[in-house]
Write a protein that binds this ligand. Sequence first.
Ligand SMILES: NC(=O)c1ccc[n+]([C@@H]2O[C@H](COP(=O)([O-])OP(=O)(O)OC[C@H]3O[C@@H](n4cnc5c(N)ncnc54)[C@H](OP(=O)(O)O)[C@@H]3O)[C@@H](O)[C@H]2O)c1
Length: 265
Amino acid sequence: MPPRRWHHGPKPARALITGAARGLGASVAAVLCGENVEVWLADRDGHQLEVTAAELRRRGGRCHIMAIDLEDVDACHRRFAALEQESGGIDLVLANAAVTGRRASMGPLECPWPIARQIMTVNVAGVAATLWPFVEPMTARGHGRLAAMSSLSGDYPNPRTPAYGASKAAVGYLLQSMDIALRQRGVLATAIYPGFVATPGTAEIEDALPMMVHQEAAARRIVAALRRGRRVVRFPRRLFWMLRMVRTMPTPIYDRVTRSLTIRG
Ligand SMILES: NC(=O)c1ccc[n+]([C@@H]2O[C@H](COP(=O)([O-])OP(=O)(O)OC[C@H]3O[C@@H](n4cnc5c(N)ncnc54)[C@H](OP(=O)(O)O)[C@@H]3O)[C@@H](O)[C@H]2O)c1
């Protein structure tokens, strides 16, 4: 297959992906390795990182691992700044790691403060700490791509996911604002809003999750959006449009519909 074109700038040579030991991060890493991008996989679980990296290398991918804990945001910021220096320059960053699954699906009465704090720290400050070290070097080079995982849930207040949804709304805002600020300097930022994707994170959730997308298909969709230099990508489209329709309902009806869809018992 001929190499696919990257729009609005050169094809990235080196990428950093957080939360890449499993789930969507690992699948995006596989797609990028398949395009001969050198990838740094960062995550908490060193053993799972080794397993994922070994599989990518077996398939011919060039990758490295970094064990990090995004709860320590300052230490991660320093590690990523050092990576920028040591690697020769990272030109694609995907801030993908997040607290997901069961911990992310608790209402305000069930969610203990340490979990709410962890969600806000990892999913918001952790994303900022991942992107920030690369903003200046990319701008100085005149090209680069910053991306992060928001979620369709970030656009639709939901009584089951107050902290997670708020964190994803913040990520969407952050990336879109960065794109407005940096695009004219050659640095593109992409906010990615998936619906439900079948990953180890969603496997922890017992509720029915409609219009579930396969992990590899979602990863291809994400890389295609990065390749095109999109500011925003939302998928699957059908779920996006359905939720958008629900959002236009008067508040009492929105509340009733949302409660009936999300609160058990
Ligand atoms: N899957 C979906 O339906 C869906 C929908 C919308 C948006 N998203 C977003 O897409 C991204 C990937 O989702 P996913 O379903 O693939 O998630 P996942 O299977 O839970 O994978 C997330 C990865 O992030 C890591 N992580 C969590 N906390 C961390 C920390 N403090 N430091 C470093 N790494 C940490 C996890 O490690 P541990 O296993 O050690 O926690 C895990 O390896 C997330 O940002 C998620 O919010 C997913």
